[in-house]
Write a protein that binds this ligand. Structure first.
Ligand code: FE2
Ligand code: FE2
Length: 191
């Protein structure tokens, strides 16, 4: 499926607001992949599909989790917005014919992050965070870091996420903590 065909199909499953966000992620992912030498086609595909499960309500997502046989942990089960990355990767395969594990994984970890993220995983996670439609305190500084050094951008985004979750008294997924520790350890090794 070509990019235009994918966009048309994605339009069918996203609200206008989510589509605008998704196109922002595509634009940013394309730029980041040019900046860091990643395959632009894969970045665009992953960006286009990253939120295809986002419009489903909690019950539908949980039903899909069961139907796809996805094993979920307690935190993902309790936090609805953590389910769409897992279901989204399955829908990308089933409904959009994506078989490339690199693209599917970038969708699967785009909200929580994970340890040992690939270049593509990092680009999608960050593009989702800093696309032009994003407007939250600190986004400008994360944008700047993301263009200067991908891991610095990733670290800043992860710290921002952790702070936000703590402030809101929300659950924190183990993968996000593991990503933070991994990045913090590699920073202290460089010092
Ligand atoms: Fe998402
Ligand atoms: Fe998103």
């Amino acid at each position: 499926m070509g990019e235009d065909e994918l966009i048309e199909k994605v339009k069918g499953v996203l609200s206008p607001e989510r589509l605008a966000h998704t196109l922002g992620v595509v634009q940013t992912a394309r730029k980041l992949s040019a900046r860091y030498g990643s395959d632009p086609e894969k970045a665009v595909t992953a960006a286009l599909l990253h939120d295809i499960a986002r419009e489903h309500d909690r019950n539908t997502l949980l039903q899909m989790v069961r139907n796809f046989g996805i094993i979920i942990d307690e935190v993902s089960a309790a936090q609805t917005e953590l389910l769409h990355q897992l279901v989204g990767a399955e829908l990308a395969g089933r409904d959009f014919g994506i078989t490339d594990p690199a693209i599917l994984n970038a969708i699967r970890v785009h909200t929580t992050g994970s340890v040992q993220m690939s270049l593509l995983d990092k680009i999608i996670y960050l593009a989702d965070f800093i696309e032009p439609g994003r407007d939250f305190p600190g986004v400008e500084s994360i944008r700047q870091k993301a263009w200067e050094n991908l891991d610095e951008g990733l670290f800043a985004a992860t710290v921002n996420t952790l702070k936000h979750l703590l402030e809101k008294g929300r659950l924190i997924h183990a993968s996000t903590v593991a990503l933070y520790n991994e990045l913090q350890l590699s920073k202290s090794c460089q010092e």
